[in-house]
Ligand binder design. Structure first.
Ligand code: 5BU
Length: 454
């Protein structure tokens, strides 16, 4: 009832129009939605608010936001009914005074649900979520009144977002047709139009959302350095982060080597990641059938899925491993092991090539590959095979080339970066040094110098 009323009232006030329209993308459309005026009709506004409340009240979030302008008053009323605090992102950049992009009082590390009136391509959702993410607010759930897009729901889901539309186009047309607001011919014309694929409205989700955030951090911190923090106690762990966080984009953990692991460790690590601006990467190297890895990822004492942005995954069990790890999981991604750094490893060229193929197919949950090579030429050769948009992370890196006692091989920072690494993974080169801060800075600067010149 409410739904039908809402659409018919929108039609009454001319918010749904038919004819020939040119959209922002340049594409022609036989219909047009303009919901801006609905805020002046209390019955319509009230229904919109009710429909959204019904849809989202059971979701898990701390704050509500609306994309200015139309959705902001709607979000305000929804926030009031659900008794949730309201925040929103400034539309224009502010050049004076405090430069806050998010208005309202919020805590970093919390979740915000965002409301919009209409979704056409999904681009605005990606943009707005970047603004929130920059301020440390997670945005996974979006609710819109009308989804008039080409399959944005699926595309956004690939990028780690959940879209909760009140109406999809088919339903709007059905209501209008059943109530004789449009002719049969008009309805079938619209149906035909929506069956055509419209390339221009495709949102780019080839690089998944987390890949994008990592790339942004690299640029923002001018660092390609991932710290492999292989220490066995919490005290050392956090002390080293305190000394090095300015120079790194990500902390790589082996959580199962921390002797005094407890829940507090995870809490503190998450807080650190936000306040010190780095991502978290658990180097778990999953390697079992889908059903088992799914449990290993979610359960047990470590509950890796809850806190780690990225994980490492072996491709050898086949695609089922990615399906097991990531089905129904949002905002998480992985790196596949394509060529390890240990001497005599069995990953030959054929294997590595197949890993890239698998990663390309699953780029929504694969941000790139772990690849090691002993020379820059060899690395360059492998880099050229990596699908566009995905990253190459290289372990086995030190200031000087060499080997350790158990077969770890090291290549220099310069060779790694000239060979095309996007990030270098450094463990003992930093943590075994008596001045981690100074040496981390040196690794960062040496790598960035080459990267930024490319
Ligand atoms: P190192 O201290 O810089 O040698 O530490 C390297 C880290 O990277 C360590 O945590 C390894 O488990 C991890 N690693 C690696 O060295 N080589 C690989 O091929 C992969 C991971 Br995959």
């Amino acid at each position: 009832m409410k739904k039908e009323f809402f659409i018919l009232r929108l039609h009454d006030i001319g918010a749904i129009k038919f004819g020939e329209f040119t959209l922002k993308s340049g594409k022609k459309s036989p219909f047009y939605f303009d919901l801006r005026d609905m805020i002046s009709y209390p019955d319509i506004l009230n229904t919109a608010v009710n429909l959204i409340v019904d849809k989202i009240e059971d979701l898990d979030f701390d704050y509500i936001s609306g994309i200015p302008y139309t959705a902001l008053p709607i979000a305000t009323l929804v926030a009031d009914i659900l008794d949730k605090p309201l925040i929103y992102a400034r539309k224009e950049e502010k050049s004076y005074g405090t430069k806050n992009t998010i208005i309202g009082k919020f805590e970093k590390g919390s979740k915000c649900l965002i409301i919009d009136d209409l979704i056409t391509s999904g681009e605005s959702i990606i943009e707005i979520s970047e603004k929130f993410n920059k301020e440390g607010i997670e945005t996974i759930d979006f609710s819109v009144l009308i989804d008039r897009s080409d399959n944005a729901k699926q595309k956004l889901s690939n990028a780690g977002f959940n879209l909760h539309p009140i109406f999809e186009l088919d339903e709007v047309i059905k209501i209008l047709r059943t109530n004789n607001r449009i002719t049969k011919q008009r309805a079938s014309q619209i149906k035909k139009y929506t069956n055509v694929k419209h390339e221009k409205t495709d949102i780019k989700v080839k690089n998944n959302h987390l890949t994008k955030i990592l790339k942004q951090k690299i640029e923002q911190k001018k660092s390609n350095l991932i710290l492999s923090l292989d220490v066995d106690n919490q005290k050392d762990f956090f002390e080293i982060i305190d000394k090095t966080y300015k120079h790194i984009v990500m902390v790589k953990t082996h959580v199962d080597i921390i002797n005094d692991f407890d829940e507090n460790f995870i809490k503190k690590l998450k807080e650190y990641a936000i306040t010190r601006n780095f991502m978290i990467f658990e180097d778990r190297k999953f390697a079992d059938i889908g059903n088992t890895v799914q449990k290993q990822y979610k359960n047990g004492i470590y509950k890796i899925k809850q806190w780690s942005n990225f994980i490492t995954v072996h491709a050898s069990p086949g695609e089922g491993i990615l399906q097991g790890l990531f089905s129904g999981v949002v905002n998480r991604s992985s790196f596949l092991l394509a060529k390890m750094s240990s001497k005599g490893n069995l990953m030959n060229d054929n294997y590595t090539r197949q890993v890239f193929e698998m990663g390309k197919k699953y780029s929504d949950v694969v941000s790139g590959y772990i690849v090691h090579a002993n020379t820059k030429e060899e690395l360059q050769r492998l880099k050229n095979k990596i699908p566009k948009g995905q990253l190459l992370l290289m372990p086995g890196v030190k200031l000087k080339a060499g080997e350790d006692a158990t077969g770890q091989q090291y290549t220099t920072v310069e060779d790694a970066m000239q060979g095309g690494a996007d990030c270098i993974i450094v463990g003992r080169g930093i943590i075994a040094n008596n001045n981690p801060e100074k040496i981390a800075k040196e690794y960062k600067e040496r790598a960035w110098k080459i990267y930024s010149n490319k």
